[in-house]
Design a protein around this ligand. Structure first.
Ligand code: ADP
Length: 292
């Protein structure tokens, strides 16, 4: 390691999964080898394909747990591109994306970070929750997300021209907006943007039934519960119940947890610490699963 350099930290910014319940990813080639389950709600597939064809960077806007990540995974499979996903967090520096020098058996070697790997191999690079990352990361992605399509690795004195298949995708939750964590116009205006919302009722029912392996009637009730919660948001909840939480509840039910208990554990408790709102949510559960 060079003198004065930051000690390399072990970071867990990349999701590495060899197998999920739904599909598998080859961790070396970063190719998704079986089709991820994705239920489309509009023309988002067509829009993404056109953006990819034009090599435009894409911003997915929407609440947490509504299907943005699954969509990118599905599109990477469909377009037959490797996918590198980076979950951004407040300790994510530009150097974590670019790479670093490491001391290996008395030799200093450069190790590419996930963004550099994606740029070299022509992968789709998905920066999940970009506003959470350190501000210096935007400096790195700007020249990549305009017509220059270059990545500057200062520490190596190298400027990389992105592989012709490389694509940058970021996600952003407008619900978390604050002055400190807003995306600057100079960043926003480098992307085309696709709004994401919770899937329409019938679709969400199908998704919850499929992913949670429960019957459609119970899934319908869960989605009905979520809609009631989403409607009472103005009473103090920061965000509605996500599709992800509904699937968690379904997965608990599938393992024999009674419906009301599953809802309280997977939906009511994660959503808020406010006792009053909690009471309202529990009453809603009892109202919907009255016969459980
Ligand atoms: P986000 O990235 O928006 O936070 P995810 O993509 O992780 O959310 O979605 C949470 C879960 O919801 C997924 O793992 C998947 O099981 C399910 N899901 C949401 N939308 C869809 C969809 N349109 N088709 C299939 N599954 C979906």
């Amino acid at each position: 390691m060079h003198a004065g350099q930051r000690q390399p930290r072990v970071i867990s910014c990349e999701r590495e999964r060899s197998v999920t319940e739904n599909y598998s990813i080859n961790t070396k080639s970063r190719r998704i080898t079986t089709e991820p389950y994705y239920l489309s709600s509009g023309n988002e597939i067509r829009l993404f394909e056109a953006s990819y064809d034009a090599r435009l960077p894409v911003m997915l806007k929407g609440p947490t747990g509504c299907g943005k990540t699954r969509f990118v995974e599905y599109m990477a499979y469909r377009l037959e591109r490797p996918l590198i996903t980076i979950s951004c967090h407040e300790d994510l520096f530009a150097s974590d994306l670019l790479g670093r020098y490491l001391l290996l058996q008395e030799e200093t070697v450069w190790v590419d970070g996930p963004l550099t790997q994606a740029v070299r191999m022509g992968a789709i690079c998905y920066l999940d929750e970009i506003v959470e990352a350190r501000k210096d990361t935007t400096v790195v992605i700007h020249p990549l997300s305009d017509n220059r399509r270059i990545l500057s690795i200062d520490k190596k004195g190298e400027t990389l021209k992105a592989h012709s298949d490389f694509m940058l995708v970021i996600s952003y939750n407008p619900g978390y907006q604050s002055v400190l964590k807003d995306l600057k116009q100079s960043t926003r205006q480098r992307f085309v943007a696709m709004p994401f919302a919770y899937p329409p009722l019938d679709n969400e029912t199908q998704i919850v039934a499929h992913e949670g392996q429960i019957n459609v009637n119970t899934a319908k009730r869960l989605v009905g519960f979520a809609h009631r919660i989403r409607n009472i948001r103005e009473h103090g909840l920061a965000e509605g119940a996500s599709t992800r939480l509904l699937i968690y509840a379904a997965q608990l039910m599938n393992r024999g947890i009674p419906e009301r208990e599953a809802c309280e554990m997977a939906i009511c408790q994660p959503l808020t610490d406010d006792e009053k709102i909690q009471e309202t949510l529990v009453e809603l559960v009892a109202d919907i699963f009255y016969d459980a």
